[in-house]
Design a binder for this molecule. Structure first.
Ligand code: IMP
Ligand code: MG
Length: 178
């Protein structure tokens, strides 16, 4: 394990089992429809790559880049769109793909932003959820791991842009960010 990781939260195998489960739920719910997966970069990149392969549905993919964190571990609340949608989402069945749902600021903003573009439906899939930390009124439709209030890295998630390449999810040592 990486020296900055205090302990393992989910192994590669545990992640893949969870992704498979989420994929099966989405496959069942969207049978006969075309899904537009919208990934929220950068954190979603690994999860989304695995998730779309676990979904047996007709689909397209798109990405947005948003920034709300700066360099710390706490959201500043202000969401900035760095890269907008490339697809027209009007009338489409959209599933937003997030790595982790924390305060809910990012998704609260994105759901409102996308709703204005009149999609047929919007749902949220998040690999991880920290419900204790929620300050904005957001609920994900598909949740992988519900986790306590700890800062996790790996499998796409970063601290100051590092650790995204770890194949597992680990809890970062507090001394790294304090
Ligand atoms: P929210 O707007 O507070 O819900 O923040 C969501 C975003 O914050 C996620 O997409 C992540 O990029 C980042 N984030 C929140 N918690 C963590 C964590 O424990 N590790 C890494 N990134 C996190
Ligand atoms: Mg993110």
């Amino acid at each position: 394990m990486h020296k900055d990781v205090e302990r393992l939260y989910a192994s590669e195998e545990e992640i893949q089992a969870m992704v498979k489960k989420l994929g099966e739920q989405i496959t069942r719910d969207y049978e006969g429809r075309e899904v537009l997966f919208v990934g929220v970069l950068k954190g979603c990149f690994m999860f989304m790559a695995d998730l779309v392969r676990a979904c047996d549905v007709t689909c397209k993919v798109d990405f947005m880049v948003v920034s709300s964190y700066g360099e710390g571990t706490v959201s500043t609340g202000a969401v900035q769109i760095v890269k907008d949608l490339s697809e027209n989402i009007e009338g489409r069945d959209v599933i937003i793909v997030e790595d982790i749902l924390d305060s809910g600021n990012t998704l609260n903003y994105l759901v409102r932003y996308m709703s204005e573009r009149k999609p047929a439906s919007i749902r949220i899939v998040t690999l991880m959820d920290k419900p204790e930390r929620r300050t904005a009124p957001v609920k994900a439709d598909y949740v992988g791991f519900t986790i306590p209030d700890a800062f996790v890295v790996g499998y796409g998630l970063d601290y100051q842009q590092r650790y995204r390449n770890l194949p597992y999810i680990g809890i970062l040592k507090p001394e790294i960010y304090s």
